[in-house]
Design a protein around this ligand. Structure first.
Ligand code: GN1
Ligand code: MG
Length: 371
């Protein structure tokens, strides 16, 4: 179905004036639609949920329904009690004309429309310590908003997501079972170097899983994908004002969000840098993030939570590099890319970042101790 006809099935006031590709997420297809009538303009985000990545897109929509409902209720309750000094925006699902949360097209793909966060932007890389501190505050505030949500209301959006040992198994079986993957590995010195990098860090993969199995760490509701361009900053105040990309919100370890946010925020060169000399972990940005995060969410962090922060900072770039590398070797297309080598390069960047973190372990730990 043509996209402009498809959006016509949703209950949006006004005349459609533009419908264009939007953002640069790796997973879903995203468009911005602008509607006008005499006095108002409505801007909405139109998305096709990636049915290859998310095997149960209807569950994704049920989750989004519950998460946005919970957060809006909490925001209203906080406002009523005067606890709303941080101006927060939460996307809302726009219903179809017949009252549903989504439309299924003729291919079985699920489409949704949500409100656009207004007068705010997300950046692709860290801009300054102030920016990073506000990103920390935004993630902390989001953790606060979902902290009292019943995890049973949410279905597992992506089985195996952020289970590093599972990504390692997946990598092993790709190399064992797919001759093309072996060929790709042998064809490139750089790929062989990355394989060695992984071999030297097999134990790292289990660090949070073991702590969880021992009962030291407990799952709470987490975001799952808190990278820099999913954190919206208010254009007028410079404050963190929204977290977007809510598909992976589910029960998880706060350490995963913490490590994932830092791996993207403390490397201002970004995920696509081709000059590895520019990829490095900036401790001043790490400190700025922690200040913002702790101010909002420190109250419900346990001592054990704090103990695993360094490990999480080291683990997440390793995990993402492993995911990119496996996707490259397998010749899959989990992560949308223009050319396959782009994924190999993304793996190089994440592994270099991991090395940079290891080289700074002592000073990162001392930053974390001060919190
Ligand atoms: C994917 O869709 P996007 O770009 O927000 C991925 C994240 C990775 C990220 C790396 C569901 O996120 O886990 O950290 O790419 N999301 C999923 O850029 O796999
Ligand atoms: Mg995402």
């Amino acid at each position: 179905m043509e996209l402009s006809l498809l959006v016509g099935l949703f209950n949006i006031k006004g005349r459609l004036v533009t419908l264009v590709p939007f953002g640069n997420g790796n997973i879903n297809d995203t468009f911005l639609a602008v509607y006008r009538n005499t006095f108002t303009e409505t801007q909405v985000v139109v998305q096709k949920v990636n049915g290859t990545v998310f095997k149960d897109p209807v569950a994704i929509m049920d989750n989004m329904h519950e998460v946005t409902r919970h957060c809006h209720e909490r925001l209203e309750a906080d406002a009523a009690e005067g606890r709303d000094d941080r101006v927060w925006q939460m996307p809302r699902i726009i219903k179809t004309k017949d009252g549903k949360d989504f439309v299924k097209d003729e291919n079985g793909d699920v489409w949704r429309v949500i409100t656009r966060i207004l007068s705010a932007h997300a950046f692709d890389v860290a801009q300054s310590a102030e920016h990073v501190q506000e990103c920390g505050a935004a993630l902390g505030h989001f953790h606060y908003l979902v902290s009292d949500m019943d995890p049973a209301l949410v279905k597992d959006p992506l089985p195996g997501f952020h289970i590093t040992s599972g990504y390692l198994e997946n990598y092993d079986s790709t190399l064992a079972d797919e001759p093309l993957a072996q060929d790709r590995l042998n064809a490139s010195m750089e790929a062989k170097r990355l394989a060695k990098f992984i071999e030297a860090r097999r134990d790292l993969a289990l660090v949070l899983e073991k702590a969880e199995a021992r009962g030291e760490l407990k799952r709470r509701m987490f975001h799952g994908d808190p990278k820099v361009n999913n954190i919206m900053i208010d254009d007028f105040t410079g404050k963190g004002t929204a977290m977007i990309d809510l598909d992976t919100v589910s029960p998880g370890l706060m350490q995963i969000d913490f490590g994932d946010a830092l791996r993207s925020l403390c490397n201002p060169a970004g995920e696509e840098e081709t000059n590895l000399g520019k990829v490095s972990f900036y401790e001043d940005l790490c400190l700025a993030f922690c200040k913002g995060y702790i101010a909002e969410a420190g109250a419900f962090m346990t001592d054990a939570d704090r103990e695993y922060l360094y490990d999480s900072i080291r683990l997440l770039p390793f995990e993402l590099g492993l995911r990119f590398f496996q996707d490259y070797l397998a010749g899959n297309n989990y992560f949308k890319t223009n050319v396959p080598e782009q994924k190999l390069n993304r793996a190089r960047v994440q592994f270099r970042l991991c090395e940079s973190i290891e080289a700074r372990e002592r000073s990162i730990r001392s930053v974390l101790k001060k919190l």
